[in-house]
Design a binder for this molecule. Structure first.
Ligand SMILES: Nc1nc2c(ncn2[C@@H]2O[C@H](COP(=O)(O)OP(=O)(O)OP(=O)(O)O)[C@@H](O)[C@H]2O)c(=O)[nH]1
Ligand SMILES: [Mg+2]
Length: 310
């Protein structure tokens, strides 16, 4: 590692290490290369980074050519991935459209969706990935659909309030527990339909204490903010911001880490130089006195600002 790298290099390097998919990595690496000053001492580093960049670009090209394997999986992006699980016509694709930038096919006949489709759902200053899937109970798709559901961080059960919701919930819950899906979220859709209010009340009573039950209408865009918050809370993800001594905190892009992440672990995620040289850290947010010095095993909370001293 050549000496005299500017602080922007380490920030860009942290963003690069955080990038979760290949296209994000490509742009983060381009930004990283731009921060490296051009002189003899950095020749090797620049050559190494450029080699990595061309390898990544090759990967993107290969992926574009595609193949069945690429079409039927859902590489994770964003703070966490939520898979949409539900029966035909429950409104999975309509919810994806209401919550994200994706443009899925929506229709009143079953099996409209035949392939996974992802979209990014903004929540405050972070983004969650939603993955729309074909309906449950179809032999030709169940294999790969269950693979994506089991691998997701969060499962959003989309239930049609106008179509025997109690039976749908029972079947989905049974399937999910068979697949060892941890706590799901029930999105009870079509609150605008006749009789939906009573159906929602019954579902709430039945699953109270088991999992969150959120009433939504994808068409009327009702309950969506509550659903976004439920996704955030179930994800167990917290946002932390870094700050350099003597400077304002960087509130632009938070690091998203699991709840309970310690100061030491965050240092490891951000940069290994921080880890080896860490003397102490100061925290703003969850501490009693703002800017307080904390131990390395201090567990961070959502929206904490951390200043590392190395
Ligand atoms: N009244 C009402 N209708 C809705 C709502 N959400 C979706 N629909 C309708 O329900 C039908 C099915 O919607 P989709 O979003 O295609 O359902 P899906 O779960 O993706 O269906 P598959 O892809 O077949 O599994 C469409 O006619 C939608 O317009 C809602 O909130 N209220
Ligand atoms: Mg669909």
């Amino acid at each position: 590692m050549p000496a005299n790298l500017p602080p922007e290099y380490f920030e860009a390097d942290a963003r690069y290490k955080e990038a979760r998919d290949t296209s994000e990595k490509v742009s983060a690496l381009e930004a990283l290369i731009a921060t490296v000053p051009k002189h003899k001492g950095t020749d090797k580093l620049r050559a190494d980074l450029r080699r990595r960049l061309s390898k990544l670009r090759e990967d993107v090209q290969k992926r574009k050519k595609g193949g069945r394997g690429d079409l039927y999986n859902a590489p994770k992006e964003g703070a966490a991935q939520a898979a949409l699980m539900g029966f035909a016509n429950s409104g999975k694709s309509s919810l994806l459209e209401a919550l994200t930038n994706a443009k899925p096919m929506i229709a009143d006949y079953p099996m409209t969706t035949v392939m996974p489709l992802s979209g990014m759902m903004p929540f405050e200053d972070i983004q969650f990935q939603l993955v729309d899937l074909p309906p449950m109970g179809n032999e030709t798709t169940d294999g790969w659909v269950s693979g994506i559901i089991r691998n997701a961080d969060i499962v959003l059960m989309v239930i049609d309030l106008a179509e025997d919701p109690d039976a749908q919930a029972g079947l989905l819950m049974g399937q999910a527990s068979g697949w060892k899906v941890k706590k799901p979220i029930i999105a009870a859709n079509k609150t605008d339909a006749p009789g939906a209010g009573d159906a929602l009340k019954l579902l709430r009573e039945k699953y109270h204490g088991t999992c969150p039950v959120i009433g939504v209408s994808a068409v009327k865009k009702d309950g969506l903010e509550e659903l976004r918050r439920a996704v955030f809370e179930s994800s167990g993800v917290i946002r932390v911001y870094s700050k350099e001594p003597g400077k304002e905190p960087d509130m632009g892009t938070p690091f998203t880490v699991p709840s309970g992440t310690t100061v030491l672990r965050l240092a490891e995620i951000i940069h290994k130089d921080f880890l080896s040289g860490l003397k102490y850290a100061c925290v703003w947010g969850s501490v009693r006195f703002q800017g307080q010095k904390v131990q390395k095993d201090y567990p961070l909370k959502d929206r904490d600002v951390v200043e590392f001293h190395v």
